[in-house]
Design a protein around this ligand. Structure first.
Ligand SMILES: Cc1cc2nc3c(=O)[nH]c(=O)nc-3n(C[C@H](O)[C@H](O)[C@H](O)COP(=O)(O)OP(=O)(O)OC[C@H]3O[C@@H](n4cnc5c(N)ncnc54)[C@H](O)[C@@H]3O)c2cc1C
Length: 442
């Protein structure tokens, strides 16, 4: 596999210390052996791949999922568990400029539908995923950011059909949102969950519906031919009419060649504390169970979970390797202590990192990579793929079934365009991050 970060990013190191692994058993399944055929082969068992597999299998399609490690090994089993709006880095003005107001509203509607889809799946499949939080709360990290939150509040009704709630600085303490913030905005869409429990439930439901899910089956080669694509793993192969690429931040340049240079992996880091006592919670003044994030471009996201552990995440560094991982872990610990000083000495029992994925046009891509190629992909959710990845999987299933997806905004149907510098494209990230860091400080 040809990937653009060092091997360390794709190995066990960053995942070691992931809290979710201690909360949920993942049943073992075999690796691919010998030659198999299927109507649809899916590469990657995260939210995108498993949602597609479940929706296809339920419609009676013969589907095989090939996962290099085990379901949830990638970002889907090691994220912050924010089932939330998002997926794009474009604001309303940018969406309007590219797609018109109706295109923007279509994309905003899809964000809401994606959250509803996860909620429906959890209910229909009877999953126990430790849900909490009524929507999501965005906290101003500078006084001037309240102006942006006020503007956002004024558009919430139009964008999402719900009313939002502005919380002034003087009311934060009463709302249990104690920290270095200057006010907040709550949009009542979304909820927190244990992502690995949700993912494991999706995998079980897909398998029960007939999807064949293989573990330890990395696709090494992909041979494309008219209507029959052959995927080779270490000990076998799968021939299929359609291939869904569901590898997101763990993608390889040539799987298939159509995505080479067209996606940008980026890192995100998470820390989880031991359960906090009532006295500790009182001391910091954060007792809300709202999942929250701050207004920085390089944002922090955090939530007090039902078991009273506190989860705190942030965008990761630009380098990978054991030393870079240690530096990132020191940095997240430092930021956590600065934002929640009463907990500066509370043990962070778990820390880990993983890969998100960005696109050049700052929008997710969901669809066929080139018309009539039989290669499909759902990717580039810009760090918000719990809900949008699930929706992408269901849209891909509908497209392959020849059905019109209930929602399929133009914004996520455009082609993935190339970043400059090909395999060296990570070079554009340091100046981009420096610019974002600077604007966060101004
Ligand atoms: C630390 C962190 C925190 C995050 N927090 C949030 C959050 O709170 N809310 C939110 O909405 N989003 C969050 N995200 C983003 C979200 O997790 C992702 O957008 C989403 O999980 C992507 O799902 P996916 O199925 O497309 O890809 P992934 O879950 O990354 O799955 C890709 C899979 O493909 C497999 N694979 C790769 N290559 C091959 C191959 N050649 N053969 C076989 N298998 C292969 C990998 O092993 C992997 O399991 C976070 C991400 C990270 C890393």
């Amino acid at each position: 596999m040809t990937r653009i970060f060092s091997d360390y990013a794709y190995g066990p190191g960053p995942r070691m210390g992931c809290w979710w692994d201690e909360t949920c058993e993942i049943p073992d399944r075999p690796a691919v052996q010998g030659s198999l055929t299927a109507e649809v082969a899916i590469i990657g068992a995260g939210f995108t791949g498993l949602s597609a597999a479940l929706h296809l299998a339920k419609a009676g399609v013969d589907v095989v999922v090939l996962e290099a490690e085990f379901p949830g090994w990638g970002a889907s089993g090691r994220n912050g568990g924010f089932c939330c709006l998002g997926g794009s880095m474009l604001d309303d003005a940018a969406l309007d400029a590219r797609f018109g107001a109706s295109g923007r509203l279509e994309f905003r509607a899809a964000e809401k539908v994606s959250v509803d889809l996860v909620a429906d799946l959890i209910d229909d499949l009877g999953l126990e995923v430790d849900r909490h939080s009524t929507g999501e709360t965005e906290l101003a990290h500078r006084p001037k950011d309240m102006d942006d939150l006020r503007k956002k509040a004024a558009r919430t009704e139009e964008n999402y059909g719900v009313s939002s709630q502005l919380i002034e600085k003087s009311d934060l303490a009463a709302a249990g949102l104690g920290g270095p913030f200057f006010g907040a905005l709550t949009i009542p869409i979304g909820f927190g969950l244990n992502p690995l429990k949700y993912l494991t439930g999706l995998a079980a439901a897909g398998a029960a519906s007939g999807a064949r899910i293989y573990h330890r089956s990395p696709v090494r080669q992909l041979q494309a031919s008219v209507r029959r694509h052959r995927l080779e793993t270490d000990a076998g192969s799968v021939t299929a009419q359609h291939v869904i690429v569901a590898t997101n931040g763990y993608s390889s340049e040539h799987l298939p060649a159509e995505i080479a240079g067209r996606y940008m992996p980026g890192q995100s880091n998470v820390l989880v504390t031991r359960p906090l006592s009532d006295a500790e919670i009182e001391k910091q003044g954060w007792h809300s169970d709202q999942m929250s994030y701050d207004t920085r471009h390089l944002l922090h996201y955090f939530r007090l979970m039902p078991d009273r552990r506190f989860l705190f995440g942030m965008r990761g560094g630009l380098m990978t390797g054991a030393a870079a991982e240690s530096r990132a872990r020191r940095r997240i610990r430092r930021d956590f202590a600065r934002m929640f000083p009463a907990w500066a000495r509370v043990e962070a029992t778990h820390m880990w990192s993983g890969m998100v994925c960005l696109s050049r046009n700052r929008l997710p891509f969901v669809g066929e990579l080139t018309p009539a190629s039989g290669f499909w992909a759902g990717m580039c959710y810009h760090g918000n793929g719990v809900a949008m990845g699930t929706l992408a999987g269901s849209i891909l299933a509908d497209c392959i079934l020849g059905r019109n997806p209930a929602i399929y905004p133009a914004a996520i149907r455009g082609r993935l365009t190339k970043f400059p510098f090909g395999r060296a494209r990570r070079a554009i990230m340091p100046p981009a991050y420096a610019g974002l860091m600077l604007s966060d400080r101004m």
